[in-house]
Design a protein around this ligand. Structure first.
Ligand code: SDX
Length: 436
């Protein structure tokens, strides 16, 4: 970051002296006011719950222009990556800062392929769960459990340990997600195959069985690979910030990523695609298109507590570019599968049309986000609704790792420890129980 040629001056209404603070600018995006010395100079904290105006770190990985609806991974527009690259190239880009050449792409993909199996003991860990456990509960456990198997690579401050942990996590997430799914339906887990692509391997582990060969459908394989690209990273979202804060204590990479999985589960975040499809399903059951108007009135009524899942975003105040690409993928998959008349897809497009024209949503700049169409395309592929967020976690793992490694590699990083505005009881003495 570069020091701007101007400063920020903070003046106080209580006669305290003004405080000057340096301003920095990055390559693109808003300048930042460096408040690191504010408490020392003023005895005051800033107050920003939800971090609406707070840059928690410096990063060179992903940039979002919320007003333009632009998303760049290491400077490359998501539209180009989703069209011209595959997920392995995108992983290499996020981790290393540049796209791989043909040799680097082959070597990276081969290295990931060589790490797709998990320790056989993981199956015993899985068996501790009820069959009907939510897959994200299982994934939180399985990913955290990985740290028990790789004592050779848990020192987050060792660059070699970070490198092999990144490969292991990227490689094993599809295997773990498929294991969680197969366990939930009482089917045997298939081992990964080294002759399949990353997405093809995942499709086979999810939908294949030991009784017959599984033929990967190239349209579904490409669609899934694109879904992984679209979900790979997204600046300092809640789960990425969780991974950074967790990793800042020096814990191992597997534990930090497990914390990200747990955070992503929330319906306001990665759980929104599951919540969105459930919302569309309930709307369909209640009467479908005939009931959309009534439903949208409910969403606009604050007292109803009903949100339009898959809509709105903290940063995008224009269309989420991923939603457009996801809608295209939806069209491709539904036509490949002969589901062009899928009622939920038609219902989603009707809801979107109304929302894009309705003042309530227009005024609040509420547009479809990545989760609005991703559930429909995943359901068409055959992914059960409760597995959607597990697939989001699978794809986001590379972003979490890239962000974690960027933080740890920064010599200035410290353990994260926010302060607070205390509004609780001041000091008081414990009364004897007879007087409470
Ligand atoms: C992801 O951060 C990331 O980058 C996340 C993510 C990633 O890739 O990591 O992009 C992935 O999490 C996408 C978001 C998925 N979540 C959902 O689709 C759930 C539904 N969306 C909302 O919960 C909400 O839009 C958030 C959480 C996404 C954003 O919330 P904000 O930025 O805190 O905005 P807000 O809640 O302050 O809303 C502003 C206004 C409010 O109305 P007013 O108080 O101004 O009258 O918009 C309203 C909100 O009530 N509003 C909605 C709405 N989202 C916001 N009203 C109806 N339906 C919605 N979905």
């Amino acid at each position: 970051m570069n020091l701007a040629n101007y400063k920020a001056t903070l003046s106080f209404g209580n006669g305290a002296p003004n405080i000057e603070m340096p301003v920095y600018h990055g390559t693109i995006g808003p300048d930042v006011i460096d408040i690191r010395k504010l408490y020392g100079q003023s005895g005051m904290f800033t107050y920003d719950p939800g971090f609406l105006s707070t840059a928690a770190c410096e990063s060179a990985i992903t940039y979002i222009d919320g007003d333009k609806g632009e998303l760049l991974y290491r400077g490359y527009p998501i539209e180009q990556l989703a069209t011209d690259c595959n997920f392995m190239e995108t992983c290499y880009l996020l981790l290393n800062g540049n796209l791989p050449n043909a040799t680097e792409k082959h070597e990276f993909s081969h290295l990931v392929t060589q790490h797709t199996m998990v320790n056989e003991q993981m199956h015993f860990f899985l068996r501790g769960f009820r069959r009907d456990a939510h897959p994200m509960a299982v994934m939180t456990g399985l990913v955290g459990a990985l740290s028990a198997f790789y004592h050779d690579s848990t020192d987050i401050n060792n660059p070699e340990h970070r490198a092999i942990s990144a490969i292991r996590l990227i490689a094993k997430m599809p295997t773990l997600v498929a294991m969680a799914y197969k366990y939930s339906i009482g089917q045997p887990h298939l081992y990964p195959r080294n002759d399949l692509s990353y997405a093809g391997n995942f499709l086979r582990m999810m939908f294949g069985n030991p009784c017959e060969d599984y033929v990967v459908n190239p349209v579904l394989e490409r669609a899934l690979d694109r879904i992984f690209i679209l979900h790979a990273d997204h600046e300092q979202n809640a789960s990425t910030s969780t991974v950074r804060l967790c990793g800042s204590s020096g814990t191992n990479p597997f534990a930090a990523i497990a914390a990200g999985v747990a955070c992503l589960w929330g319906p306001a975040h990665g759980g929104a695609n599951e919540a969105c499809l459930n919302m569309l399903g309930q709307l369909q059951a209640a009467g479908g298109l005939a009931k959309v108007g009534e439903f949208m009135e409910q969403v606009k009524d604050k007292n109803s507590g009903v949100k339009l899942m898959g809509f709105g975003h903290r940063v995008y105040k224009n269309y989420d570019p991923r939603a457009k690409l996801m809608q295209e993928t939806c069209n491709e998959v539904l036509s490949e599968l002969g589901l062009e008349n899928d009622p939920l897809f038609k219902l989603a497009k009707a809801v979107e049309k109304i929302a894009l024209e309705d003042d309530y949503f227009v005024q609040r700049k509420l547009y479809p986000n990545v989760d609005f169409y991703s559930g429909i395309v995943q359901r068409a592929i055959g992914v059960p609704v409760n597995m959607f967020t597990g697939i989001f976690a699978l794809a986001r793992t590379v972003g979490w790792i890239a962000q974690l490694n960027e933080m740890i590699a920064d010599p200035e990083y410290k353990i994260g420890r926010p302060r607070q505005l205390f509004t609780g009881a001041v000091r008081r003495d414990v009364p004897p129980i007879a007087k409470r």
